[in-house]
Design a protein around this ligand. Sequence first.
Ligand SMILES: Cc1cc2nc3c(=O)[nH]c(=O)nc-3n(C[C@H](O)[C@H](O)[C@H](O)COP(=O)(O)O)c2cc1C
Length: 184
Amino acid sequence: MSVLHALQQRNSHGKLSEPGPDGQQLDAIIAAGLRAPDHGRLRPWHFVAIQGERRAVLGEAFERALLLTHPDATPAECDKARAAPLRAPLIIAGLLKPVEHPKVPRVEQVASVACALHSMSLAAEALGFGTMWRTGRYAQDAVVVGELGGQPGDEIIGFLYMGTRQGEAKPLPDVQIESHLNFY
Ligand SMILES: Cc1cc2nc3c(=O)[nH]c(=O)nc-3n(C[C@H](O)[C@H](O)[C@H](O)COP(=O)(O)O)c2cc1C
């Protein structure tokens, strides 16, 4: 697959099942992400791979986070929180670990983490896997950030769900280049 083709055809896929990437493939995916542009090479990120039974442990953290902010959550809402990480065999959580810097504001550091996650999704696609970037209420939740080893002030920029695509791909939207590009 050419790089240009991969970039132009990337498509999120929500239904993902086993198998996920093996250890070598995961290393290749992470290595692709770590080449993301990063102003000042601050490395304002940390990535956490969640797979196997650890997904259920993360689901329990989601439920705890939900009940702290919504003590009246219904049993169905709690079930949904616990089941959320089971939607793919592998999740890569991309944490922003912001660095104080006179020339590199937080927004640029967020951009770097996002670029890294996007590169990881493209690398996974190049290896034949599907991905889906998700955030939702848990991405900025202190309980979940702490569960994944983050500190206060850190933030999850994305949970990149990854696995083998099930079902048909979504059709790609028509791209009208002129709606998104002007010449100055
Ligand atoms: C920062 C970010 C957060 C996202 N969070 C969610 C999410 O929580 N749930 C969801 O269904 N899609 C989320 N998406 C969007 C999907 O990953 C995907 O981009 C969207 O469904 C469009 O599909 P496409 O990427 O194939 O065009 C998020 C995307 C980004 C960049």
